[in-house]
Design a binder for this molecule. Sequence first.
Ligand code: XMP
Length: 509
Amino acid sequence: SLVILDFGSQYTRLITRRLRELGAYSVILPGTASLERIRQENPRGIVFSGGPSSVYDAQAPRPAPGVLDLDVPILGVCYGMQFLAHEAGGEVRRAGKREYGKADLTRYGGRLFEGIQGEFVAWMSHSDSVTALPAGYEVVAETEDTPVAAIANDAARRYGVQFHPEVVHTPKGGQLLANFLDLCGAPRDWDAAHIVEELVENVRAQVGDGKVLLAISGGVDSSTLALLLARAVGERLTAVFIDHGLLRLGEREQVEAALRPLGVNLVTVDARAEFLGALRGVSDPELKRKIIGREFIRAFERETARLGHFDFLAQGTLYPDVIESAGGLQADKSGAANIKSHHNVGGLPEDLAFQLVEPFRTLFKDEVREIARLLGLPEHIRMRHPFPGPGLAIRCLGEVTEEKLDILGRVDDIFISGLREFGLYDGCSQALAVLTPIQSVGVMGDERTYSYTAALRAVTTDDFMTAEWARLPYEFLATMSNRIVNQVHEINRVVYDITGKPPATIEWE
Ligand code: XMP
């Protein structure tokens, strides 16, 4: 394995992530981990992460004595490089100003950059710089502002980069890390199956013989988590699925059919009457969200009280939910919350007396989907578009009633099934139907109608912070419109939303 010593950089986990993509297994240890602890991992190589400190800080974290003498390649990133250089007798100085952002390497070479060609854009974020090289080292990359952007001592197998090869803003950073893996002779056989094994072991170690509670939303994350936990602790997992009556047509049955046969101890709770009752007369979108959030907690607490004692609460938190947003490097989910408060199903109160189990904290969505495949989650759930916690309630504009939910459920089902039938589903990031409160005049047979307008929306996006409306074929839209007005008599007009985000949002409420 590779050992990553963490000196406090917010990007440390991204290093593991990149190495994992390259098929190499790595573990993160605290920067000050003992030599013995590091040796236990039998490392093929070591990465010193970045960190907020300066090598001159009295409190600056330092690797344990002896680590620098280990006979394995070491790569220092940012603070890690400064530490390497300083320890070897080089000079590190506070740069006049903090360098932050993208920089072009004006020159690069040597074994770290082997096979890399063309421009090399590097993401910089540092205040200190190496200003004089230690003996045995050479400069292997520079930028206009940073004359020492990468250093190498091939004989000692010590390398350092001032920039961050692990972030997406350094597009060729993956190749650089791959070169480092080659220098380490590290095996590249780490795949999703290994990840599953490791996650199962970690859960078992954490949970012991305790009981675990999980709230299921029907989405890919919580469903995959249910399968993983069932594999790890079997019957000691109870997964609770609350049917708030705001689900899609047949969704509850689909979730039951997907999870129960795979050994998930699943309890479904019919709380439709409570939710609908609480939503009666409410048309403000934010108030709807608040009520749904509150009712969810109530229903969950009622049910858990009935089910008895649990030691652990599992949550499908993913890595992007964990990392703080920094300089726009990661989509900042909380940014969206300023516009709409998100009450995810599973947005539970903080004072619950459980310990948290969050096995996916280091994973990205695509990795969870890979794991889902291995664990046997059916494709229609595995590759499903995101669905908001408040469900159809925020797609029934205005007051939510049972009648409107029923209409919208049928419209949505025709649209989503149609997308799948025409092979368009996977090309959209999210698709939805909206029931508007607009009634308008139409003609059906010889009859005048006065019925609702349904809106269809489909978007493409990478991060859901911005989105483009999907250019669905006219023929497909024509078919959808026909099917909807023919099969859903309460609808006599169908429109397609051709607004991007911004200025619109993806949901209509
Ligand atoms: P907007 O409408 O803000 O949506 O462009 C961005 C993404 O967030 C989802 N969304 C929600 N998800 N609770 C959720 O769990 C909510 O209240 C909520 N509101 C919007 C939306 O479906 C889209 O994927």
